[in-house]
Structures are given as structure tokens and as C-alpha cells.
Design a protein around this ligand. Structure first.
Ligand SMILES: [Fe+2]
Length: 145
């Protein structure tokens, strides 16, 4: 499988179709996609490792905070897959921590760019899958205020 710069990053663009109807979650997702766009631009502009590290660290930190927030909201809304989603967040956090360690230790640009792309791919795929799974349920069962 192609790795690093040969890989075409999947489309990651905010769209109103991605809105699930809970402001706190939608705002987070919107911001997430704009942070991913900044990372994509920086990678295409061949920015140096400290700049990519700064962007990836912000994305990972923001995602960890978002996961906690989203777990609470989805549990409150009675989302039937809330526990499974929370467990998946735990697994993803572990993978991200490991990839960040590997990013930090990487010296070759192909290596750290590959780690940044892996982090990006994990988070974008998860975000899109999670939205697809939760959107219909949350729209029908909005959390009580
Ligand atoms: Fe999310």
C-alpha cells in the first residue's frame, strides 16, 4: 500500500450534510475539518517538522477533548452505541499517543509525514463514520436541555 506522500488523502471538507443537530458536537466537527485543511495545506507546502508537529498536536489535543464531550452528550441522548463509541475513542487515543511518539522520534521527512498522515486518516475516518452512525438517531432523539 502506498504510504506517505504518494497516498491521496481522503476528502475532508465540512459540509452541512455532516451536521448532526447538536451544536456542541457540530461546532467541534466543523473546527476539526478546518484544522485538517490547515494540516493538508502545510503538508502540501512541505512545511518543516516543528510546524507539522504543532498542527498535529493541536488536532490530537482537540480530538481528545472532543471525544470526552461527545461521549457525555451521546450517552445523555440515549444513543444505543454510546458505550461502543466511548470504547472506540479509548482505542483511538491509544493509537494516537503511539503515533505521536513515533512522529516525535522520526528524523526522515518521509517518516514523520507518514505518521502525520496516519493520524489524519484515523481521525477523519472515525469522524465520518461516527457522524454517519449517530446522525439519524440524534436527529430523532435530541438530548433534553
Ligand atoms: Fe465526533
Amino acid at each position: 500500500m502506498a504510504n506517505g506522500r504518494e497516498r491521496q488523502p481522503g476528502r475532508a471538507e465540512w459540509s452541512e450534510l455532516l451536521r448532526i443537530g447538536i451544536e456542541g458536537i457540530d461546532e467541534d466537527h466543523h473546527r476539526f475539518f478546518s484544522m485538517i485543511r490547515d494540516l493538508d495545506n502545510a503538508l502540501m507546502d512541505r512545511k518543516d517538522k516543528p510546524e507539522i508537529e504543532r498542527l498535529v498536536t493541536s488536532i490530537v489535543e482537540d480530538s481528545v477533548r472532543h471525544f470526552e464531550n461527545e461521549e457525555k452528550i451521546l450517552a445523555q441522548s440515549g444513543y444505543p452505541h454510546a458505550a461502543r463509541n466511548a470504547a472506540l475513542h479509548g482505542k483511538i487515543n491509544g493509537e494516537l499517543a503511539e503515533l505521536m511518539r513515533e512522529f516525535g522520534g522520526a528524523t526522515l521527512s518521509a517518516e514523520w509525514m507518514g505518521k502525520a498522515l496516519q493520524i489524519r486518516e484515523i481521525l477523519v475516518n472515525h469522524c465520518l463514520e461516527e457522524i454517519a452512525k449517530s446522525r439519524d438517531f440524534v436527529r430523532k432523539h435530541p438530548p433534553s436541555p
